[in-house]
Ligand binder design. Structure first.
Ligand SMILES: Cc1cc2nc3c(=O)[nH]c(=O)nc-3n(C[C@H](O)[C@H](O)[C@H](O)COP(=O)(O)O)c2cc1C
Length: 156
């Protein structure tokens, strides 16, 4: 199955770690959304879309890319890293992919480091929005989970 993974990661490059792990496991082509063209998609059977979660949604560049795609009857998957996991974080990207006729086969999330002021004291609760949280994530276990997730997609 020919697989393409399109991603955006900038804060601590946490989603890039997931994207690289999944691409390696699936022997997928990996492309940053800034370098991706909608015309590339036609040659792939399965396409993954991932980014960090910023203000409750996937990165706006990834959403814009999906909005600019032609309708396509393709299998897709979604992934993200975030400060907290909330199912609603994936709602917007799902809505956009559904509007394009894509079949979402699965989704994956894990924690990613959050350093609002450029440092991370790894605290919980509201103070995390100043002092940071999720130090070291994605960790080895998160990446192992990402590998298992990617393997499971190959059987879809
Ligand atoms: C500007 C900004 C907004 C964020 N908003 C959220 C949010 O709404 N919910 C959440 O759980 N995490 C939020 N986070 C934390 C990021 O989702 C987390 O750090 C993620 O791992 C970043 O991915 P990246 O390193 O691949 O860019 C935010 C981070 C930044 C920098």
């Amino acid at each position: 199955m020919k697989t393409l993974i399109i991603y955006k990661s900038y804060h601590h490059l946490s989603t890039e770690k997931l994207a690289k792990t999944m691409a390696e496991t699936m022997k997928a082509k990996l492309v940053k959304v800034d370098d991706a063209q909608p015309e590339m998609l036609s040659e792939y059977d399965l396409i993954g879309f991932g980014s960090g979660i910023y203000n409750y949604n996937h990165h706006k560049d990834l959403i814009k890319f999906i909005e600019n795609m032609s309708s396509m009857d393709k299998k897709v998957f979604i992934f993200s890293t975030s400060g907290n996991f909330r199912e609603r974080h994936h709602n917007l990207i799902k809505e956009k992919l559904n509007q394009k006729g894509c079949k979402i086969i699965d989704e994956f999330n894990c924690f990613g480091e959050f350093r609002p002021l450029g440092f991370n004291l790894d605290v919980n609760g509201p103070l995390a929005f100043i002092f940071g949280k999720n130090k070291g994530h994605p960790d080895a276990k998160d990446l192992e989970n990402a590998r298992e997730f990617a393997k499971s997609l190959l059987n879809e």
